[in-house]
Design a protein around this ligand. Structure first.
Ligand code: ACO
Length: 428
């Protein structure tokens, strides 16, 4: 037996399967011939041990807390590159040159305006509708206005659709917010950068002009960069699976948004704030929250803690935690929720339950505090996550559609229902 082969002994026979090795040395067993050769399938509930694709975009080492986009450590990207530059990196594999950045920004501006007929769609949503639901619906509807996205073979169409999506999602997100608070929509401006434009669309109003603050723009850039990709998480897997059926890009991304909205995924950032507020209002204490999280009879979880892949500190949480205090200082904001979050973290990290299970703060634990400080309302937190994650989803989708060996995603199952039986006479 060599290090490049894994052996399976089953029913008196030995089968050999090749080992595939990634560029960082991680190894997997290629079982693509397993069923053909043995009649067996693998059973891996919730994909805990399954690599569903080969990808060259993002590398994570969950044991060591490493995150890299195309080999670049997140610590070197965050705070140094803008979100637009990071989006370009994810879409093209390299950071843009000055000219490429200018051209990308020009295109983002060009596509920032929503088709005016779509603006009326917002009137159909009830007041108080969650902006994530509005956003996923509106993104899906884009396909009816820009049907060329189905022509996957033309590179230009993919580039155009990708750029349009990254630009227009920002307009849609801000419009959804304005609709939810009953204020007139603010249109995008060509003279503003990506993040400044978004903030202006969110907070400018006919009666109170919004003053763009460079520190707030920087904070937003940082948060979006940290969320830009995270390899095969739940929403990205949804994007790859749905996209494998050759569904158009907009419907595919809409599915990703729906997956992200769940409280166990991107929706956790809003849940963290609810939890911290309960402690602030004294309906819970730090100790009672920890006790409930540990109690197996209580479905409550410590929100913003734990991760399928990270079994050490999430590097994004570490950056956000460090930036949190600096940003709050710069903005002259004093938020008691930050003190509560720190106390909660400190106690959890000393608690046997969390230590034994390698449960650390994830990206959602501190991000809400910064969003709150820069004026983003809580029901927009997961929308902010969506803005950040969009380039990652598109890059992963593009990698999947351009893979010559791609096939429709179609897992198997272990059937556990009744064995063959025959239909009784119908009750009539
Ligand atoms: N609070 C209390 N216990 C937890 C938590 C938590 N936040 N997270 C995991 N555990 C416990 C589990 O109950 C389990 O305990 P057991 O071994 O006694 O049964 C053990 O830790 C292992 O957890 P799993 O559920 O197997 O971990 P999994 O990888 O399936 O789930 C997840 C990861 C969904 C992130 C989970 O930790 C969780 O629900 N966290 C809270 C929600 C959250 O913050 N989600 C955001 C994740 S980051 C993102 O999606 C952007």
């Amino acid at each position: 037996m060599s290090a490049n082969t894994a052996e399976l002994n089953y029913a008196g026979k030995t089968y050999r399967f090749p080992i595939v090795t990634g560029s960082e040395g991680e190894k997997g067993i290629d079982i693509s011939t397993l069923r053909r050769d043995t009649g067996l399938v693998t059973y891996d509930s919730s994909f805990q041990n399954t690599a569903s694709c080969r990808s060259s975009i993002t590398y994570i080492d969950g044991e060591q807390g490493i995150l890299r986009y195309y080999g670049y450590p997140i610590e070197e990207i965050a705070g140094r590159y803008t979100f637009v530059e990071t989006a370009y990196l994810l879409l093209h594999g390299e950071f843009p040159t000055k000219e490429q950045r200018a051209q990308f920004s020009r295109k983002l501006n060009e596509y920032s305006l929503l088709h005016e007929d779509m603006v009326h769609f917002f009137d159909g949503f009830p007041r108080g509708a969650h902006p994530m639901h509005i956003l996923s619906t509106m993104i899906n509807a884009l396909a009816t206005f820009y049907p060329n996205v189905d022509l996957l073979s033309l590179k230009e169409d993919i580039d155009t659709s990708a750029t349009r999506l990254i630009s227009i999602v920002r307009t849609l997100a801000a419009f959804a917010y304005k609709k939810s608070i009953g204020e007139p929509m603010v249109y995008p401006r060509h003279d503003l950068s990506y993040c400044a434009n978004f903030l202006n669309m969110m907070f400018n109003s006919p009666v109170k002009p919004y003053k763009i603050d460079a520190d707030i723009v920087d904070a937003l850039n940082l948060l979006l960069v940290l969320h830009a990709d995270h390899e095969q998480n739940c929403s990205t897997t949804a994007v790859r699976v749905i996209g494998s059926a050759q569904v158009n890009l907009y419907a595919t991304i809409s599915a990703g948004i729906s997956a992200l909205s769940g409280p166990l995924h991107g929706g956790a950032n809003q849940e963290v704030m609810n939890m911290l507020r309960q402690i602030q209002s004294r309906s819970e204490t730090v100790d009672s929250v920890l006790a409930r999280a540990k109690d197996k009879k209580d479905p409550f979880l410590l929100m913003g803690f734990g991760h399928r892949i990270y079994k050490s500190y999430d590097p994004r949480a570490r950056i956000i935690r460090e930036m949190c205090a600096k940003i709050l200082d710069k903005l002259h904001v004093r938020d008691p929720l930050l003190d509560i979050a720190r106390e909660l973290e400190e106690k959890a990290l000393k608690d046997e339950y969390f230590v034994d299970r390698n449960l650390y703060p994830n990206v959602d634990f501190y991000s809400g505090i910064i969003y709150h400080a820069i004026g983003i309302p809580e029901d927009m937190f997961t929308v902010m996550f969506t803005l950040g994650r969009l380039p990652g989803w598109i890059a992963q989708w593009r990698e999947m559609v351009q893979d010559k060996n791609r096939k429709i995603a179609r897992p198997r199952q272990i059937y556990t229902g009744p064995a063959l039986r025959h239909c009784p006479e119908p009750h009539r």
